[in-house]
Design a protein around this ligand. Structure first.
Ligand SMILES: CC(=O)SCCNC(=O)CCNC(=O)[C@H](O)C(C)(C)COP(=O)(O)OP(=O)(O)OC[C@H]1O[C@@H](n2cnc3c(N)ncnc32)[C@H](O)[C@@H]1OP(=O)(O)O
Length: 210
């Protein structure tokens, strides 16, 4: 029997999510994007409607993933579709390593090479991107993005909708506030306040953001 995955957001990230869904056994992929009907295709997959048409057909899908890079938009759209009754199981790449003792909530995607170690918890609509590492006892709230090759040491806490940039590293037991941004390549050795952007090694609050 065919199982269908709907993806909201016909973006580069959406393409990675489409292949991830195929690897998770979904035989049919349907994209939705507000650029429809102007945009009808993303690579070989069809864009079949916009956000409104997705809501109108929400019961038709075995899995719905919001593949929008912006953390706030992704999380709020995810909540709207969940409240409308969508099924949003997490998608985990067969070559990701997720501990049996970790917890991953709905709407989250775990890309190739990512690792999640024991007793870490990952909220809803998060992105654990390619080769990212979430070590033991971390707690990630909803809507977080850990970019490719970024690493969290043990017991790091990441607040709702925070973004850890590509190749960043975070020392054990650090708290990253909600909606904070850790810049690409940063080394975080102090807590990051809510909504602030930090860059560099050691990471400091970006001047324009103080
Ligand atoms: C699969 C995927 O593609 S997932 C996406 C992966 N992408 C990422 O992880 C990107 C993360 N984003 C960043 O690192 C961004 O550069 C941010 C958010 C830190 C800053 O973005 P912006 O506010 O647009 O900064 P902008 O590019 O205007 O640069 C402003 C200054 O900060 C510096 N700066 C920007 N980012 C960094 C960084 N990561 N580390 C050090 N300095 C930086 C710039 O050199 C510039 O300095 P200058 O004023 O002396 O010339």
């Amino acid at each position: 029997m065919s199982s269908v995955c709907a993806i909201l957001g016909a973006s580069g990230h959406g393409k990675v999510v489409a292949e991830l869904a195929e690897l998770n056994g979904y035989s049919e992929i349907k994209f939705f994007d507000d650029a429809w009907p102007h945009k009808l295709q993303v690579e070989h997959w069809s864009v079949v409607g916009n956000t409104q048409s997705l809501f109108e057909s929400i019961d038709s899908y075995d899995c719905i993933v919001v593949a929008i890079g912006n953390n706030s938009v992704r999380y709020s759209k995810h909540r709207e579709i969940v409240e409308a009754g969508a099924k949003c199981p997490p998608l985990i790449h067969p070559k990701a390593i997720v501990s049996n003792y970790a917890q991953i909530k709905e709407g989250t995607v775990v890309m190739a090479g990512a690792a999640v170690n024991p007793f870490s918890t990952i909220g809803e609509a998060c992105v654990l991107n390619t080769n990212s590492c979430v070590d033991h006892d971390c707690a990630l709230q909803d809507g977080v993005h850990i970019s490719p090759n970024a690493s969290l040491a043990g017991a790091v806490q990441v607040g709702e909708k925070a973004w850890v940039g590509i190749g960043a590293q975070v020392r054990q037991q650090i708290k990253i506030g909600p909606e904070a941004v850790v810049g690409a390549g940063a080394t975080v050795v102090k807590d990051v306040p809510k909504g602030k952007t930090v860059v560099g090694n050691p990471a400091k609050i970006k001047v324009s953001n103080r």
